[in-house]
Design a binder for this molecule. Structure first.
Ligand code: PGA
Length: 254
């Protein structure tokens, strides 16, 4: 049985005081949701403060990105070891905003995934199609290409240690959520790809989150789908009430 993982991607939002207050509000009520794994991913500069606010709670800390090299002359970048040093257990990699705004390729994502696993971080690897790709009937091909590229160097055992997030780009921050059927179909396609490339055990064990305009009101239906194992939440993760409402929905449909 896969445990749902509900993760908040705070993106480039909040200030230090707001980040700490949000973390505290989530941590205080996390104890009432024992059957869901909870994670928050604040901006890098607030990881330390948020980590301290979460201390002793069951809410995990994660980062929104990292660089694949261990150390050295890489101005502005952050290594996996640095994230671990601040208490991070997860790192989001290949988010669509990094792919489409910052120009990350599958190959760049892949070296980060390998480095994160080697360091002992759990990567949340994001994939998802553009609206034009969905309209052209290309969703399955796009997802396959992203998976094959972003996970190129991984073994079946590695795949069991990652989390995948299916985030249709047209649903991110738009309020236009995928229907539960649309999302479930892609999650099923992802497991089929993994079963073909690796094996049935890896495909069955990997957790696949859905992301894109998840709110308390639509979370229940999405998370009730058999292959949707949690949510990667942007906008709604900035309000403790909404984030916890989504986590409660994940717990209710188990
Ligand atoms: P959203 O973002 O929930 O605001 O649509 C999701 C994400 O980008 O991870």
């Amino acid at each position: 049985m896969r445990r749902p993982l509900v993760a908040g991607n705070w993106k480039m939002n909040l200030d230090r005081a707001g980040a700490v207050a949000l973390a505290r509000a989530i941590a205080e009520r996390a104890g009432s949701l024992p059957d869901v794994d909870l994670l928050v991913c604040p901006p890098h500069v607030y990881l330390d403060a948020v980590g301290q606010a979460l201390a002793g709670s069951r809410v995990a800390l994660g980062a929104q990105n990292m660089y694949h090299e261990a150390s050295g002359a890489f101005t502005g970048e952050t290594s996996a070891a640095m994230l671990l040093d601040l208490g991070c257990r997860y790192v989001i990699l290949g988010h669509s905003e990094r792919r489409h705004i910052l120009g990350e390729t599958d190959q760049m994502v892949e070296v980060k995934v390998v480095a994160a696993l080697a360091a002992g971080l759990t990567p949340i690897v994001c994939v998802g199609e553009l609206l034009s790709e969905r309209q052209a009937g290309q969703t399955a091909n796009v997802i396959r290409r992203q998976i094959e590229g972003s996970l190129a160097g991984l073994t079946a055992a590695d795949v069991e240690r990652i989390v995948l997030a299916y985030e249709p780009v047209w649903a991110i921050g738009t309020g236009q959520v995928a229907t539960p059927q649309q999302a479930e179909q892609v999650h099923l396609d992802l497991r089929t790809i993994l079963a073909q490339r690796y094996n049935a055990q890896a495909a069955g064990r990997v957790r696949i989150q859905y992301g894109g305009s998840v709110k308390p009101a639509n979370a229940g239906e999405l998370l009730a789908q058999p292959d949707i194992d949690g949510a990667l939440v942007g906008g709604a993760s900035l309000k403790a009430e909404d984030f916890l409402g989504i986590a409660a929905a994940a717990e209710a449909v188990r």
